[in-house]
Design a binder for this molecule. Structure first.
Ligand SMILES: [Mn+2]
Length: 388
């Protein structure tokens, strides 16, 4: 067995966070460079603050290179700690592999990534190099060119630590089994970056452990609420708003008022159009929330233009036709809710998509339906900051 390269093993960075200074925490930017810029602007991020990015800069968006460059640039003259995520390691390990098969898998994946997310890091790099992948490029040549042109970006990514440990908070993309970090040091980082469903492990910690990776919405059973989840009794903060993974997701930014305090608030941004509700509506009393791991349905028939009626656990649910998996019509291709949101006239919402005159929107971090008329939102509208 060959030894893992250093960037695939656990490295722990230790730091003191200056008292009295805000700490802004992001994770899972996933190639959403515009959302990143917007959220930093909204937070009025400055040299006074500390910024911690808890991994997954890359993929599932079209601006991976811009995200990396933005963070590299900020790191020069701001207090920025950027950590590694599992997607970052995934792409990096293929771009840097000496094994042509490993590299080939990235080329094979590229058209799928383009289809799902509009692009991928490999495509961005090729397009900057003027070597479009569609022309059946010579993979060895492309990889050599990439390693040359993007040496700076690649070495920045390789240098990202796995864990940031500070006196009152430990940051890691996926999760940790305990805080004896010295024992994790040098091990394969994969289990700590890809720690799916971290909360289900039932752990609690003597200081805050902040993670991304697993969208916080998946921990909630009542509504599709994308806001960060702070479990004070367990000292765990999950902040992934599902940016990238879901078109309906948001990039959360947790604001820790002072590293000596226990006061946390958050804002968010996304790249969706913002619309204003022209009328109010009441919330639905009964609704379904179909999660990705439980999305088997029976199609009952059409339910008007653009909608299909399905049965899910014996409940009738109206879903947009596009939510039915084309390859396996017995299931949905996404998480889904038919929840009709409580909306007041004038509320500003992120518009995911409209179907037959009804709008699938996110309002106050919660996904659902708005059935009234919409207008473009006022450009001066700002995302409200909410206490956690
Ligand atoms: Mn991840």
């Amino acid at each position: 067995m060959t030894a893992l390269p250093a960037y695939r093993t656990v490295s722990v960075r230790r730091a003191e966070l200056p008292a009295g200074r805000r700490v802004l925490i992001l994770s899972d930017i996933h190639g959403h460079a515009e959302a990143l810029k917007k959220v930093l602007r909204r937070a009025a991020f400055s040299r006074e603050d500390t910024l911690v990015v808890v991994g997954d800069l890359l993929e599932k968006g079209t601006g991976s290179l811009a995200v990396v460059r933005t963070l590299m640039e900020l790191s020069k003259d701001h207090r920025v700690y950027t950590l590694m995520g599992n997607m970052d390691v995934f792409t990096l390990s293929k771009l840097l592999s000496d094994d042509p098969k490993q590299r080939h898998s990235l080329f094979e994946l590229a058209p799928k990534m383009k289809n799902w997310w509009g692009g991928c890091l490999l495509m961005e790099m090729c397009s900057e190099l003027g070597l479009p992948l569609e022309d059946g490029a010579d993979e060895a040549v492309v990889i050599r060119a990439i390693r040359g042109r993007f040496e700076g970006e690649l070495s920045f990514l390789q240098g990202l630590p796995t864990i940031l440990d500070t006196p009152r908070m430990t940051f890691v993309h996926g999760g940790v089994p305990h805080l004896r970090l010295i024992e994790l040091s040098g091990k394969d980082s994969d289990p700590y970056l890809k720690c799916d469903d971290f909360l289900a492990r039932g752990l609690s910690f003597p200081k805050y452990v902040t993670v991304g990776h697993w969208p916080a919405v998946l921990y909630r059973d009542d509504r599709m609420d994308m806001s960060p989840l702070l479990l004070r009794e367990r000292n765990i903060l999950c902040l992934d708003g599902g940016c990238g993974v879901k078109k309906s997701g948001q990039l959360n930014c947790v604001i820790w008022e002072d590293p000596a305090s226990d006061h946390f608030s958050f804002i968010w941004e996304d790249e969706l159009p913002r619309v204003r509700a022209m009328a109010g509506q009441e919330a639905s009393d009964h609704y379904s929330y179909i999660k990705y791991h439980d999305r088997e349905v029976t199609v009952l028939g059409k339910a008007g233009p653009e909608y299909t009626l399905v049965s899910w656990h014996g409940r009738k649910v109206r879903v947009p036709d596009t939510a039915i998996d084309r390859e396996q019509p017995g299931r949905l291709n996404t998480d889904y809710t038919d929840y009709v949101l409580p909306v007041r006239e004038g509320d500003v919402m992120s518009l995911v998509r409209s179907f037959g005159g009804r709008h699938y929107v996110r309002l106050n971090s919660v996904l659902g339906w708005y059935e009234g008329p919409i207008a473009p939102a006022d450009e001066n509208w700002v995302v409200p900051e909410r206490t956690l």
